[in-house]
Design a protein around this ligand. Structure first.
Ligand SMILES: Nc1ncnc2c1ncn2[C@@H]1O[C@H](COP(=O)(O)OP(=O)(O)OP(=O)(O)O)[C@@H](O)[C@H]1O
Ligand SMILES: [Mg+2]
Length: 330
């Protein structure tokens, strides 16, 4: 399932340093020649594609990026220092447009690819440049040029990496709401969710991973029953499935199997997709009942399910740790 992450940022390259007016002062040289140096270049602003970023999350908090200005020229024809380039890291796949015109400036597809988005201003010339036979003591210099300034629109097509599946009412939307900033509709009846919801969940490294909450699956979903059919398509490209089972259900094993059968019937490799079984609504069972359900699911799946309460925010840290481990994210 794809959706588009967007951000607007302002970039400003540095201004060039001014040239200066100066004259040589040396012993025994009464009237030294002009020696004012040139200003340094203002810093450029560069975008670089970084494979460790998945979202444009950070640009929600920081919107202005300005490179430093170049330094003024010095005496003895010394050129002022040029400012260093300001590098902004963006996820691979980011498209960069000029906000005003919508013109595509570049597409940063592969890690390490660079795009110069604002060029630093040139430094001004010192008076040493204006020495001529007619004017032995020029007072002329030029100012540094302004750096470029642009408003940029960044766009990234996001792919959900984690799909949340389960029967209607299992608590899928509740889970994505507690894990991310997504605010889907949550209600006590089946098929509350009619279109997939996406949420960005912060990973330990600070960037995000996209989770997709899809409408509940029912028996026959793979053949088009309920709303599930269309939406199985959306999780086709996820890397991990979170399979939510309602602990309060009469027969959790039957619930578990219905969804497994739909995954198998749908094909496209969905039943081989790494999957974590998650027993939600733990508070609806007493300790003995919970233990029994955990054991039954464990025997069927090969490892015990994670036990959580999405509504009461219990077990979520362990769940996320398991998700990051499955995705190979530290
Ligand atoms: N841990 C929990 N304990 C008790 N009730 C819960 C828990 N988690 C969710 N619920 C309740 O279960 C109901 C269904 O939740 P939610 O809408 O998140 O399910 P869903 O799986 O997204 O359903 P659908 O497939 O219909 O979209 C809601 O009334 C919600 O408050
Ligand atoms: Mg829902």
């Amino acid at each position: 399932m794809q959706f588009i992450d967007q951000a607007r940022i302002a970039v400003r390259a540095g201004r060039g340093g001014d040239g200066i007016v100066a004259f040589r002062r040396e012993k025994y040289v009464p009237a030294g020649g002009p020696s004012g140096g040139d200003g340094g270049r203002g810093g450029d602003v560069l975008l670089v594609a970084d494979a460790n970023l998945q979202t444009l999350l950070d640009f929600k908090y920081r919107r202005l990026f300005a490179a430093d200005d170049g330094r003024r020229g010095g005496p003895n024809r010394s050129t002022g220092a040029s400012a260093s380039t300001l590098t902004i890291r963006v996820p691979c796949g980011t498209e960069v447009r000029d906000c005003r015109t919508g013109i595509l400036l570049g597409d940063l597809t592969n890690a390490g690819e660079e795009l110069l988005v604002a060029a630093g201003g040139r430094g001004g010339l010192g008076n040493a440049h204006y020495l001529s036979n007619r004017n032995r003591a020029p007072e002329k210099f030029t100012e540094g040029k302004e750096g470029e300034e642009w408003l940029l629109q960044l766009e990234l097509k996001l792919l959900a990496e984690v799909g949340i599946i389960g029967l209607p009412n299992a608590g899928k939307s509740t889970l994505i709401a507690v894990l991310s900033a997504a605010r889907p509709k949550i209600a006590d009846y089946p098929f509350t969710t009619l279109v997939p919801n996406l949420g960005v969940v912060r990973r330990p490294s600070g960037d995000g991973t996209v989770f997709a909450d899809i409408p509940g699956l029912i028996a026959g979903a793979a053949r088009g029953a309920g709303l599930g059919h269309d939406f199985l398509r959306h999780i086709e490209r996820t890397r991990l499935l979170l399979h939510l089972v309602d602990a309060g259900a009469e027969d959790v094993m039957a619930d578990l199997r219905v969804v497994e059968e739909e995954l198998a019937a749908y094909g496209h490799g969905l039943s081989d997709r790494p999957r974590l079984v998650v027993l939600n609504k733990m508070e609806l069972c007493d300790a003995a009942g919970l233990e029994e359900r955990v054991a039954a699911i464990g025997a069927h799946v090969g490892e015990p399910p994670l036990v959580i309460s999405a509504a009461a925010s219990q077990g979520l840290d362990v769940l996320l740790a398991a998700v990051w481990a499955q995705l190979g994210i530290a």
